[in-house]
Design a protein around this ligand. Structure first.
Ligand SMILES: Cc1ncc(COP(=O)(O)O)c(C=O)c1O
Length: 385
């Protein structure tokens, strides 16, 4: 079998099949050293000088991700936020940026409260609307179009290929937060994106025990080198143990994501008909706006994330009903975050506060890999109470 014929699921399961040179171990050792020996003639032939930039613990997870995303190179960061903000910090004050109104709220807050302060001109638009993308991108002025697809917490789908075409025509680049899709379902670089970002804290690691982030680039560029320097200079790097755990987590990425997708699809279809539910938001439902685009750019499922809008009844508002439903789950865990093996439920408006696009009766569901029937039954009993 030729190396280029190996399927992504096999690449992930074997973490590229790396063998440790010295011990012949099939699991890489953990490198905790912060520094590396200099040759007697004053050279650094290994290319490694200091762990803030050249940590061998990053080599394997970065290489696995580069292969899965079909990119040129990857960088591992201390968190998804560290990875995402490095892209914006690599721009120049005055640059125009187009970003979605519906996106991970903490990054939206940072863009509104810090990036604009620093001089970026950030324009928030409905990224699910192709005409708005065309209107907002300004030739010569726009330097970056930031996409999240599907986007938290309404799961808005952006047509990545179309946005890339519009951005490139205007001289801008496209970066995609693909945390929710994961490399199992979507490879934004093959759709024309320039950079793909993951909160590796979520599906890539998958076990709710690592905070990390990643960027992968389609090609080497001056911008990519600036991002590399930002990581080295600001030091937003993952620890060696986190990097090691992330490689271990990615070995099971495909089975976890496929199981979560199948379960989420069944749950979305089940609860779409439920009398206590006003609306189910899930890209896998045929009447979901963006379903046709999702079908084109996601393969093998529509993700493990969905939201339900709970109906009020009698004197109880939809918001009260949603919070009461979350209070009554037994198997689901009432917690923030997503992409782990355990299913989580969260009243999103309570987390995001003012300015959230989440309706007050919305519960965000991160579907794990438990038995689908158990998950449905638990939510059913919580809705009944
Ligand atoms: C879609 C998305 N992007 C980015 C982030 C930020 O990642 P981290 O929490 O690792 O900084 C999150 C975290 O919830 C997320 O859901």
């Amino acid at each position: 079998m030729k190396p280029e014929d190996v399927k992504p699921a096999s690449i992930a399961a074997q973490a590229l099949g790396w063998i440790d040179d010295q011990s012949k171990a099939i699991v890489a050792p953990l490198h905790t050293s912060t520094t590396y020996i200099r040759d007697p003639d004053n050279q650094y032939r290994t290319g490694r000088t200091y762990a803030r930039d050249h940590n061998p613990s990053f080599d394997q997870p970065e290489a696995v991700l580069t292969a899965l995303e079909r990119g040129h190179a990857s960088l591992l960061f201390s968190s998804g936020m560290a990875a995402a903000t490095a892209v914006f910090q690599a721009l120049t004050p005055g640059d125009h940026v187009v970003a979605p109104k519906v996106m991970y709220w903490s990054l939206r807050n940072w863009l509104m409260n810090f990036a604009t302060h620093w001089g970026l001109r950030v324009e928030f638009i409905d990224m699910g609307n192709a005409a708005e993308v065309e209107r907002a991108v300004r030739p010569g002025a726009t330097k970056l179009v930031w996409i999240e697809s599907p986007a938290n917490p309404l799961w808005t789908i952006t047509d990545i290929a179309h946005a890339a075409e519009v951005a490139h025509r205007a001289g801008a680049i496209v970066a995609v937060d693909s945390t929710i899709a994961s490399p199992v379902l979507s490879q934004p670089l093959t759709l024309g994106a320039d950079i793909v970002m993951h909160a590796a804290t979520k599906y890539l690691n998958g076990h709710s025990d690592v905070v990390a982030g990643t960027l992968t680039t389609r090609e080497d560029s001056a911008l990519w080198q600036r991002i590399r320097s930002i990581r080295a200079q600001l030091g937003g790097i993952a620890g060696p143990f986190e990097a090691w755990l992330l490689t271990r987590g990615m070995r099971t990425l495909f089975v976890r994501v496929r199981a979560a997708c199948a379960s989420a699809q069944s749950m979305a279809e089940h609860f779409a008909q439920h009398p206590r539910i006003e609306k189910v938001l899930y890209p896998g439902l045929p009447d979901f706006p963006g379903h046709a685009i999702a079908k084109r750019q996601m393969h093998g499922g529509f993700g493990g994330m969905l939201s339900i809008c709970v109906r009020g009844s009698g004197s109880r508002s939809g918001e009260q009903a949603a919070i009461a439903t979350a209070a009554n789950v037994r198997l689901w865990k009432r917690a923030t975050s997503l992409g782990g093996v355990e299913s989580l439920v969260e009243h999103r408006a309570s987390v995001e506060g003012a300015g959230t696009p989440a309706p007050s009766n919305l519960l965000r569901l991160s579907v794990g890999i438990e038995d689908t029937g158990d998950l449905i039954a638990d939510l059913e009993q919580a809705l009944e109470q």
